[in-house]
Design a binder for this molecule. Structure first.
Ligand code: ZN
Length: 378
């Protein structure tokens, strides 16, 4: 029998191979998607790449043409600003075709010029808050679990501080984190009127940025988990986030539920699935492409941390989307081989006139409008 080359086969050839195998008294792979003859190195759930792709979310379009994502259920919290940017809108030309419309790169990347990015940030602040001059505070992200208190004055810092989370109870500013595959998480305390934004790649997730960030909110603002709501924004999906065994080991060392966050994803070539042994001989041991690849679900990992921190499942909203395979909507670092713009996820407490907001005796804000039944004496 002539050696097989790893190419796609027409169905007819697959049938011919079936016949040959039957004649030789061999049985084809009876383990479904599993690679026959390859010992499973671990018991993980198996999936095809296709079934792991999250649905793409539908953006809102601001009057200034910025397209952004929001949690519809949060619209009723009328004291809150929040939003996740997409790549659509804006003025950047560094990551698109020459004849395409400008894009909304919000990171000071080497490929883009500073003034364009600053302009994009004003457009995004305008889309979310209605005012392009709303102060926007961000951090120099270092894949840590460090969460800092933000004040409006931080927006004018020359260099942002290093951290991966920001929180505040000060109205009138947006705090934001930048991503292009990592997971953005926004948290709001409905009772104490405090908010936070976290940046979670796999390193930050292993370091429990979300759990420790919510711990910081408890210390700083007296936040109770039952009063918190959270939104997990778009990042690289389990469909695309293939990782090495060492990342599984890192998660296993930290989380009892680690294995539930990983899937084995198989090659979809029909001949390779049926007859992986044919391809095994073509490569040196340990260099086979037959085995499953290991995919990590970072959204689920961070949802589990929110649950561990005491949030109710219904208080956690998933925005959806995969930055890597929905690149018409998102920037993706991995999907663009490292040359990508950055999206931003922001949250803030609306600025209100002093007469509208009153500091209550408990130190929290009460609103004396018609929207709230617990109106203060004003
Ligand atoms: Zn994907």
């Amino acid at each position: 029998m002539a050696p097989f080359t790893p190419e796609a086969y027409p169905e007819q050839e697959v049938q011919q191979i079936d016949v040959l195998f039957q004649q030789a008294g061999l049985r084809r792979n009876l383990r479904g998607m599993a690679a026959a003859g390859v010992t499973s190195r671990m018991r993980l759930e198996r999936s095809s790449q296709q079934e792991l792709i999250p649905a793409a979310p539908l953006p809102r379009i601001a009057p200034n043409d910025v397209q952004w994502l929001a949690v519809p259920a949060w619209d009723k919290m009328n004291w809150l600003w929040h939003g996740f940017s997409t790549r659509r809108g804006g003025r950047s030309r560094s990551y698109c075709d020459d004849d395409a419309q400008g894009e909304l790169n919000l990171g000071f990347t080497p490929e883009d010029d500073r003034e364009t990015v600053a302009q994009n940030r004003r457009l995004f602040a305008e889309a979310v808050s209605g005012d392009p001059s709303t102060p926007l505070v961000d951090v120099h992200q270092i894949h840590s679990n460090l969460v800092l208190l933000a004040r409006a004055a931080d927006a004018s810092r020359q260099k942002p501080r290093s951290a991966d989370g920001l929180m505040t109870d000060e109205p009138g500013l947006l705090v934001g984190i930048r991503t292009a595959d990592c997971i953005p998480i926004l948290v709001a305390d409905r009772k104490r009127r405090a908010i936070a934004a976290f940046h979670a790649g796999w390193r930050g997730t292993v370091q429990r940025i979300v759990e420790s960030g919510i711990g910081r909110m408890r210390l700083q603002f007296g936040s109770r988990p039952e009063d918190l709501v959270a939104a997990i924004g778009p990042g690289i999906g389990p469909c695309c986030y293939a990782v090495g065994e060492e990342i599984l080991s890192s998660f296993e060392s930290q989380f009892v539920y680690a294995r539930e966050l990983f899937r084995e994803v198989y090659d979809s070539d029909p001949v390779r699935i049926k007859y992986p042994m044919l391809f095994m001989t073509q490569r040196a041991p340990g260099h086979s492409e037959i085995g499953p690849s290991l995919h990590l679900n970072l959204v689920e990992a961070n949802r589990r941390q929110l649950l561990a921190a005491g949030l109710k499942p219904r208080a956690i909203h998933l925005v959806g989307g995969c930055t890597s395979c929905q690149r018409e909507l998102f920037f993706s670092h991995r999907g663009s081989q490292g040359r990508a713009g950055r999206m931003m996820s922001v949250i803030g407490i609306k600025a209100k006139p002093e007469s509208y907001l009153q500091k209550s005796s408990s130190g929290t804000f009460e609103v004396s409008g018609h929207d709230f039944s617990r109106a203060a004496n004003g």
